[in-house]
Design a protein around this ligand. Sequence first.
Ligand SMILES: Nc1ncnc2c1ncn2[C@@H]1O[C@H](COP(=O)(O)OP(=O)(O)OP(=O)(O)O)[C@@H](O)[C@H]1O
Ligand SMILES: [Mg+2]
Length: 455
Amino acid sequence: MRILVVDDEKNIGEVIRLLFSHDGFEVETCLTGREGLAKMEKGLYDVVISDIRLPDITGIEILRWVQEHTPEIPVVLITAYASTSQAIEAMKIGAEDYIIKPFDINELRVVVSKAYEKRKLRIENLRLRKELEESHGFSNLLGRCKPMQRVFVFIDKIAPTDSTVLITGESGTGKDLVAQAIHYRSHRKENPFVSINCASIPENLLESELFGYKRGAFTGAVADKVGLFQEASGGTLFLDEIGEMPLSLQAKILRVLQDKKVRRLGENTEKNVDVRVVAATNHNLGARIEAGLFREDLYYRLNVLQIDLPPLRHRPEDIPLLFNHFLELQNRKQNKNISGAEPKLMEIFYNYRWPGNVRQMEHIVERLVVLSEGDQLTTDLLPPDFLREYGRQESFQPGLLKEGFSLTDYLDGLTREIILKALAQSGNNRRETARSLGLSYRSLRYYIEKYGLRE
Ligand SMILES: Nc1ncnc2c1ncn2[C@@H]1O[C@H](COP(=O)(O)OP(=O)(O)OP(=O)(O)O)[C@@H](O)[C@H]1O
Ligand SMILES: [Mg+2]
């Protein structure tokens, strides 16, 4: 631990040095404020002790400097009786503590160790917060394809607002991650992010979970319960799988969104809530509305802002990125050092349809890393049903021949997909892509224009 003492009374610095050097602490002293500032600019200290009255500037100015530049460092002020009011003023600005001259050595020891402990805690908190932000920020939501890049830009734009957001996308496309990113990039990030899965809770429980109840509201309500709307106060409430929410509750949710008020079960009065609602679904809500399972008015209320996440098979260019990310993650988790995958495996990854999207890939990579004994992941470690399904998807399925089938469209779709994959595999190198597809460079360019693959 390093302590900086700024005091024009030379012996004060000496006393403090003597007091702390036994404990292996390093104490530096200086006699003027400017000298102190110069030292702080060069080195980091764990605690700064400064007299309030100095020959050049005041201890308050030292405090202000620290607050501006290294706010996690505690500042302890020394003051003569005459200037205690100044010291109290300084506490209001954010000084850690003050001691009055002449001081008792033990008192000083206690004050400084307390300040030091606080600093350790503060640094730990900063670290945790940073970790949290990193794990929820875009750094964990990977995607270099255009659609995902657009999603990131969109999230940044909408995060600061309080508007309701609806996230759609197939299972495993990252809806949870997007909801968290919205929260942690908003001014609500210091407040709770509360998440509930509407599909996994029975109807009657779901209502009391969301709204809470008063003791005695129904048999079994033995104590008051705070609802999730209340719990998420000031923060974000994530209604996952909202498509599964029972109709009766949909009406109640709609009312909360409109009035920003909730009423606990068994209570007559309503309370204001300040909550941002983010909802997600992997259902086609349009179809559910038609089937009478989802309220159209709620849909429009939720749908103020919509983020639609593309399925993994539509963004092959993200496959190597995600693969490397999950490989690294699993290497770390399982204490392994696998360097990559054999080319055949990557080829399968590119061509597979990934019905479970990113989550499925994450699980597959985890499995491969567990089973692998070599330096590379290999195809033979893939689960048998994965390979079977992969084999099936390769061939044309007669089931596709339904009303409205068009061979031209079908082939166009296939061609587009193959070119997209080849481009991704070559890192967007067109010459290489053309070669690998057995096309001339000109033909490839033609297709790229035709299918709008220029990005
Ligand atoms: N773009 C991405 N980058 C990195 N990891 C991702 C990405 N998308 C999803 N994942 C990972 O895949 C897994 C599934 O993601 P998530 O839970 O967000 O999907 P979801 O869309 O909510 O799925 P479901 O509809 O089944 O709830 C998580 O472990 C998540 O970390
Ligand atoms: Mg989810």
